[in-house]
Ligand binder design. Structure first.
Ligand code: CP3
Length: 355
């Protein structure tokens, strides 16, 4: 394997010294980039990009070619590949987001769900990881990812995106045993899926708990965090002679940072609703932090973007342990030049916080 030319992302996740604060953007390959829209048109649709390793590799590298400041690449795929591999039949309705042909509603449905084999059932993702790793040729580390069991369960039970998670919450309170069986099957599936990505070449992994923040404090512990903890304890933590850092991102998890920090991961992703300096004081030395600029700041002019980057860097303060990111994914309406101004500002303004 080629040596890494830029490892400041991995170093910051392990709180090792860096020259400047590393940066990447959630959803950095996506619709705000004209080159992404062109590749998607060529492939036919979004899932065809995901299922073809050459296309997945091409779009993963597009933001890196455009922005030399990016310190990490993230696998181009989707969190809903797992329910698809469990037999639910994922499809995307234009303008409507993800949908499933088969929805999970009863205990019998859950009992019938298989645990996917990453190589047999999700081989296209493993191939995408190894293809991207080869093409990156050591430029920056590659991040693998998965959804959290709770976040995946919301899509599986609702049959797609939802505003209120009516069916999933009803199942959680009416039939907690059924919900626990579903989450347990998902935790097993996610563990072997992420381990497959690590063996195929992912150098760090992130668990997206996009909807954990929608739970009550008690339900978050029992139905989301407990399963992420279980996954983290089953992950391969060292590969190719290097630590493989794990990042947990619960959107809306700001009230529970102490307990999330205790789940065994190396880093926490923060959304923009908490102050990163406060978060640092609360989690102490236990984990690194990733985040947390409000993605809508990118609608403002470059000058305002730089001011906000400077404010977040100052709030975190001196020393390693911070990976700069947005507090959630970049949106399709963002001007690509504004994203470039954001990335440059992070490197330019952060040198003063490192020795
Ligand atoms: O960060 C990256 O660049 C990696 C790629 C990535 C995608 N989805 C590509 C994608 C990642 C990490 C995801 C994760 C994902 N997928 C999440 C959790 C992430 C988060 O932001 O919290 C969720 C909830 C999903 C499910 C999903 N996939 C939805 C709800 C949608 C529709 C969203 C929309 O805005 O229409 C998708 C589609 C999707 N996944 C797109 C991309 C680039 C857009 C598809 C297109 O090109 O039309």
């Amino acid at each position: 394997m080629t040596a890494l030319k830029n490892d400041r992302f991995l170093r910051a996740l392990l709180k090792q010294p860096v020259d400047v604060t590393p940066v990447w953007m959630m959803r950095q390959a996506g619709r705000y980039l004209p080159e992404y829209r062109a590749s998607r048109a060529q492939a036919g649709d979004f899932m065809s990009l995901c299922m073809n390793p050459e296309f997945a590799c091409e779009v993963t590298l597009q933001p890196l070619d455009r922005y030399p400041e990016l310190d990490a690449a993230i696998l181009f795929s989707d969190i809903l590949t797992i329910p698809d591999a469990m037999g639910q039949g994922l499809y995307f309705e234009t303008g409507e987001g993800p949908r499933f042909k088969k929805v999970i509603s009863t205990l019998a449905d859950i009992e019938a769900l298989p645990i996917p084999d990453p190589h047999k059932d999700l081989g296209y993702v493993m191939d995408a990881v190894s293809t991207i790793r080869r093409e990156l040729n050591g430029r920056v580390p590659l991040i693998g990812f998965s959804g959290s069991p709770w976040t995946l369960a919301t899509y599986m039970v609702e049959g797609g995106s939802s505003k209120d998670f009516r069916k999933t919450k009803a199942m959680l309170y009416d039939n907690p045993q059924a919900m626990h069986l579903l989450l347990d099957k998902l935790a097993q599936s996610v563990t072997s899926y992420l381990n497959g990505q690590i063996m195929a070449g992912a150098q760090a992994v992130q668990i997206f708990d996009t909807w954990g923040g929608n739970l009550s404090a008690a339900a978050y512990q029992e139905f989301s965090l407990a399963y992420m903890r279980k996954i983290v304890s089953g992950l391969i933590r060292e590969h190719e002679g290097r630590k493989v850092p794990v990042i947990l991102f619960t959107k809306g998890g700001g009230l529970w940072l102490e307990s999330i920090a205790d789940a065994g991961a190396d880093a926490l992703g923060l959304d923009w609703t908490c102050d990163i300096g406060d978060a640092r004081r609360r989690v102490g030395n236990q984990v690194a932090l990733q985040g947390n600029m409000d993605p809508t700041v990118l609608y403002a002019k470059p000058e305002a973007i730089c001011t906000e980057v400077g404010r977040i860097l100052a709030s975190y303060g001196k020393g390693s342990g911070h990976v700069f990111n947005l507090g959630h994914g970049i949106t399709p309406e963002v001007n690509p030049e504004h994203a470039g101004a954001f990335l440059r500002a992070v490197h330019e303004l952060s040198a003063q916080y490192h020795e």
